[in-house]
Design a protein around this ligand. Structure first.
Ligand SMILES: [Zn+2]
Length: 110
């Protein structure tokens, strides 16, 4: 059983790319095996800003990624991020785009 008390990174870490304090992102519906991830939500983060150009150059898409740390063992990585407008309109505390495996998504029933 995974308990937050057993996590290695319990207090908000500082992003090494922009020095901003990272925030929790609910990851209970993801495959990380943790209840949350530490994510840098700074839109001025150097990794985030470089990501736009990198992804546009390589993928031709307006997507980027944000720095993240898994709290249970402290390993680092990135998660995908979509346009600034999308993030700002959806808010940073809930990342609905990560729930793309939701079978109800895209339904136009009304
Ligand atoms: Zn950052």
């Amino acid at each position: 059983m995974m308990m937050e008390e057993g996590y290695k990174i319990k207090e908000a870490p500082v992003c090494p790319h922009c020095k901003q304090v990272m925030e929790k992102m609910d990851s209970r519906h993801l495959d990380w095996g943790t209840t949350f991830l530490w994510v840098c939500y700074n839109n001025d983060c150097t990794l985030f800003k470089k990501g736009w150009k990198h992804m546009m150059d390589t993928m031709g898409q307006l997507v980027s990624y944000r720095f993240m740390i898994t709290p249970d063992n402290g390993s680092t990585g990135v998660i995908p991020a979509f346009s600034l407008e999308y993030v700002q309109s959806q808010g940073s505390s809930r990342n609905r785009y990560m729930q793309s495996d939701d079978p109800d998504e895209g339904g136009d029933e009304d």
